[in-house]
Design a binder for this molecule. Structure first.
Ligand code: NAD
Length: 249
């Protein structure tokens, strides 16, 4: 049990096959009390029920600063504290550079980058008050190699921004006992690609991955568990690749 009685907040954790839900389930199995946040209250509550008793689900659009603060207050009111935040909520779009319109840029940057800032700001006062906390930010291999497989340049830019934000938060919050780290997944089989990756394309992609397969949500959840738990107490500002060797650098 690596997270006994820790209160863990995971954004974008209602998606059935998603990284957030897998992380929520894994954290719960390690004794955590989990707050599942997502756009739809019903889906967030259902996901929380699904991982077991004692967890809560709340509607929270991470692009809305007030909604992030309200969610954090409710979690502290109901569960008493916040020990861990996983900034997982994200969207992507498969666009080429000249196809990116203002609305595409805003949508992708807002959820991935602004959302990471706002939700972190919502929990930092509580973590500072406790003198402890762990924040995990979901970036992407796309930030490191200039495009993953699916997301466009605006997604790479937003996820690159997440890395910078996380490192800067790590530097600023270290003295308060709050650690901040990032995870950079490769291609993970979830619903974020909206079914647009064909089986043939998946086989083709797997050929370029040294470990010979695409990732699954649990692969990323395991890295989040490490970064959220006391196994990583001397690690902050780090970036953990979970990509099967797709990018070795
Ligand atoms: P997913 O689509 O299954 O899950 C994303 C979740 O975020 C959904 O539940 C969605 O409702 C939620 N969400 C979207 N906008 C939101 C908002 N404004 N506020 C709150 N929640 C919101 O996708 P996933 O693949 O599990 O992705 C999880 C994270 O991992 C994302 O940040 C994604 O960019 C990142 N990632 C995924 C992959 C991959 O290959 N799947 C690779 C690298 C990084």
């Amino acid at each position: 049990m690596l997270l006994n009685d820790r209160v863990c907040v995971i954004t974008g954790a209602a998606s059935a096959r998603g990284i957030g839900k897998a992380t929520a389930r894994l954290f719960a199995s390690h004794g955590a009390r989990v707050a599942v946040l997502d756009l739809d209250a019903g889906q967030a509550e259902a996901a929380a029920r699904d991982i077991g008793p004692g967890h809560i689900g709340l509607a929270c659009n991470v692009t809305d600063r007030a909604a992030c603060s309200t969610a954090a207050e409710e979690i502290i009111g109901r569960l008493g504290r916040i020990d861990v935040l996983v900034n997982n909520a994200g969207i992507t779009q498969p666009l080429k550079i000249m196809e990116i319109g203002p609305e595409n840029y805003d949508a992708v940057t807002d959820v991935n980058l602004r959302g990471t800032l706002y939700m972190s700001q919502a929990v930092i006062p509580a973590m500072r008050g406790q003198g402890s906390g762990a924040i995990v930010c979901m970036s992407s291999v796309s930030a490191q190699r200039g495009g993953g497989i699916f997301g466009g340049p605006h997604y790479s830019a937003a996820k690159g921004g997440v890395l910078g934000l996380a490192k800067a938060m790590a530097r600023e919050l270290g003295p308060d006992g709050v650690r901040v780290n990032s995870v950079t997944p490769g291609l993970i089989q979830t619903d974020i690609t909206g079914g647009k990756l064909t089986p043939e394309l998946k086989v083709e992609i797997a050929k370029g991955i040294p470990l010979g397969r695409l990732g699954v949500a649990d692969d990323v959840a395991n890295a989040c568990l490490f970064l959220a738990s006391d196994l990583s107490t001397y690690i902050t500002g780090a970036v953990i690749d979970v990509n099967g060797g797709m990018l070795i650098h």
